[in-house]
Design a protein around this ligand. Structure first.
Ligand code: PEP
Ligand code: MN
Length: 370
């Protein structure tokens, strides 16, 4: 059961002390507190774990400081949606809203290579009014001899360029907990010109120690990729690991599954599950068409497979698109073959917009027939 306390409840006050005294007296029930500091108010949630079946919702709702009580009937205690659960399905980070009702495009480099390419990418984004991007500095690679990313050395100039071009959020994969300190340090050194969304890649979805570590920090939101060879339930539990340690600012990314059934795509595109993840959890859902499709193949209608699957995700309500672009794909150090060209950016964004508008129309239509 979750008790949602009145906004700005004073945790040093008498009423709160009375509430805690009552809860701590309940037999076989553990009490865990979570505080969410928003721009307007501080929200406190109390998690009651254990023998809660006999507790009545009415009784619990009438305790001091309690605004409402929610019975956790389903899985994913924190990030899940539960009956009568009105907890938020969005969060704000560095002036950008991420929610189950919004759409943000993160077009950018799979891997940072040269300052010239990063600058060309960011300039193109600014010209299109974009404030988010992807920039890989730490690259987990299948082959130990492949380029592993520039790591911390590139961070200062990547962040400075982001500031120069008005980029507010960079999705950046981390593969080790030390990378958080490196990112924090580089942001500090450069005067915090931008924000970072920590990405946990598909190869680390079940790296539980990394999840716990990332979950304990509250500064950066997290983009968790679905594990490419595990069930959806297992991947959603990985997201819950992050939340159970403290961070609720988690976006869940579908990026295709490893099975040859999806050939000739690099991975089997799983964007049909966008609405499923939104139904089961309160997380915004991202689709990654580049790592799903893995090529620049084009259908007879002239549309790239990458654009087709993006539209399929967006028309089903996806909230974020993570997509590889490169100013000069033949020289890209990672994943050049799937990268879109800078001149394709305006087209890509317009195509996404068409799918988004169609999605919003579909929502209206379904309400009319409700
Ligand atoms: C990436 O987005 O750069 C990446 C490596 O993705 P994934 O973890 O989904 O393979
Ligand atoms: Mn890649």
């Amino acid at each position: 059961m979750i008790l949602i306390l009145e906004p700005d409840t004073d945790r040093n006050g008498e009423e709160f002390a009375a509430l805690m005294a009552h809860l701590n007296n309940l037999a076989n029930v553990q009490v865990r507190l979570h505080e969410e500091v928003g721009t307007q108010q501080v929200l406190t949630e109390v998690y009651l774990v254990g023998d809660t079946a006999s507790l009545s919702l009415d009784d619990m709702s009438s305790l001091p400081c309690v605004e409402r009580a929610v019975r956790v009937s389903e899985e994913y205690r924190i990030l899940g949606r539960h009956k009568d659960d009105q907890r938020p399905t969005h969060f704000d980070y560095n002036g950008v809203r991420f929610g189950q009702d919004t759409l943000n495009v993160f077009a950018g480099l799979c891997a940072v290579d040269t300052p010239e390419h990063v600058e060309q990418m960011m300039r193109a984004l600014q010209e299109q009014g974009q404030t988010c991007t992807r920039m890989g500095a730490y690259k987990p690679r299948t082959n130990p001899y492949s380029f592993q990313g520039h790591g911390k050395d590139c961070l200062p100039w990547v962040f400075e360029l982001a500031g120069k071009y008005g980029i507010k959020v960079i999705a950046m994969e981390i593969t080790h907990e030390s990378h958080i300190d490196e990112i924090t340090e580089a942001l500090h050194q450069t005067g915090d010109p931008t924000g970072v969304m920590l990405q946990i890649g598909t190869r680390n979805t079940q790296n539980f120690e990394l999840l716990k570590f990332v979950g304990r920090q509250r500064r950066f939101p997290v983009l968790l990729k679905r594990g490419f060879g595990i069930t959806l339930e297992e991947s959603l539990n990985a997201a819950e690991y992050l939340a159970s340690e403290g961070t609720r600012h988690v976006i869940f990314a579908l990026r295709g599954m490893k099975t040859n059934m999806g050939d000739p795509h690099r991975n089997f595109v799983d964007f049909a599950q966008v609405p499923v993840v939104k139904r089961l959890t309160r997380m915004p859902v991202c689709v990654d068409p580049s790592h799903s499709v893995g090529s620049r193949d084009r259908a007879p209608d002239g549309i790239l497979d990458v654009s087709h699957v993006t539209a399929q995700g967006v028309i089903s309500g996806a909230n974020m698109v993570l997509v590889d672009f490169h100013p000069d794909p033949p020289t890209a150090l990672v994943d050049g073959p799937q990268a879109l060209l800078l001149k394709e950016l305006p087209y890509f964004l317009e195509d996404v917009q068409i799918a988004r508008e169609a999605y919003l129309k579909r929502c209206k239509l379904s309400q009319q027939y409700d």
